[in-house]
Write a protein that binds this ligand. Structure first.
Ligand code: PAF
Length: 194
């Protein structure tokens, strides 16, 4: 497994694959069984699996948990290694310092559900996923059905913008009590976790 933070270096490695199917599993790290199931699906469907780990500032609102988002990189790398991931892409930054000048915008699909309380969240998600797609140029990409609004918006982005990437949803993995596995479950207290 190669761990690469440099964009040109990753692209150099990926350019050597001609006939192989490349799958991208975009993540923000802090990997749990849900992410592992995405990676396993990617392994079943493609020859080369790239997992990206990038906590994307663009998709966090002003009072959200960007500064405290957990980053257990060594643990994440061990999990990827155990699953036979080929490349872990760990960019430090995916767009120029300061404000990004050109990004993507989601219309009506971001105006309900999670988008109501997180007004710029999905613009940040599609902008960074588009950058990741442009860097990795995968044949397919796997996203969890847990974030169903995100999955729907990304499928729509790929179709509206003719990106030619197959976006595949993977089933939600749950705790024994039924709660969907999530990196943010650690924020729930006993009363909330029912
Ligand atoms: O679902 C996530 O972890 C993030 O929204 C994603 C798709 C990696 C984009 O930053």
């Amino acid at each position: 497994m190669k761990v690469i933070s440099d964009i040109a270096q990753l692209q150099h490695h990926l350019a050597s694959f001609d006939k192989e199917q490349i799958a991208l599993v975009p993540t923000m790290g802090c990997l749990h069984e849900g992410h592992i199931s995405l990676i396993q699906k990617a392994k079943r469907l493609a020859d080369i699996v790239v997992v990206s780990i990038y906590v994307n500032p663009l998709q966090f609102g002003a009072n959200e948990d960007l500064d405290n988002y957990p980053k257990p990189l060594e643990q994440d790398l061990s999990a990827c290694e155990a699953e036979g991931v080929d490349f872990v892409f760990t960019p430090e930054q995916l767009y120029p310092e300061g404000s990004i000048q050109v990004g993507l915008h989601v219309n009506d699909l971001s105006q309900n559900l999670c988008g109501v309380s997180r007004p710029s969240h999905f613009d940040g998600v599609v902008t960074v996923v588009n950058i990741l797609f442009n860097i990795v140029r995968p044949h397919l990409a796997i996203f969890g059905e847990k974030d169903f609004q995100q999955l729907t918006i990304i499928q729509r982005m790929v179709s509206d913008l003719y990106m030619g990437i197959e976006v595949i949803g993977a089933e939600t993995v749950r705790e024994t009590d039924g709660l969907a596995k999530s990196s943010r479950n650690r924020y729930l207290n006993d009363d909330e976790n029912i």
